[in-house]
Design a protein around this ligand. Structure first.
Ligand SMILES: [Zn+2]
Length: 131
């Protein structure tokens, strides 16, 4: 069951709301269990997201992941898009970009390289100058 941390603007407490399904999370009214206040602000917890990812991966049939190792980029992209949608989380711009490039048939290794190289070059050569 998905559960999320919120801060209640009325009583200023941190509260946890648990939903039966991701669809319920989308549609259910968010009400503070302590004061019945409706002004709840979602607290984004990277730890919680990581945990939900890990539990999803461990519940996956391992053979699915084995198949993906040999899958063509478009298949991999469709799988990642579906996984992102099932998570019900905003996976971020970089994730979406990777999915789109995979779906266009781009090689996963070249995508990975193009995403990583700029960060490394900035770190080792912050001004972009040649020696
Ligand atoms: Zn409250």
């Amino acid at each position: 069951m998905p559960s999320y941390d919120y801060r209640c603007e009325d009583c200023q407490r941190k509260v946890v709301l648990t939903f039966r399904t991701y669809a319920e999370y989308d549609t259910a009214p968010k009400v503070c269990p302590r004061c019945n206040g409706a002004r709840l602000t979602r607290l984004i917890s990277r730890v919680a997201i990581a945990k939900s990812e890990a539990s999803r991966f461990s519940s996956e049939d391992d053979s699915v992941l084995d198949d993906l190792a040999d899958a063509d980029p478009a298949t991999l992209g469709r799988y990642m898009r579906r996984m992102g949608q099932e998570m019900g989380e905003d996976m971020g711009q970089e994730f979406n970009e990777v999915v789109e490039r995979l779906e266009h048939g781009e090689d996963p290794e070249s995508i990975e390289a193009s995403l990583e190289i700029p960060e490394e070059s900035v770190a080792s050569n912050p001004l972009g100058l040649d020696d």
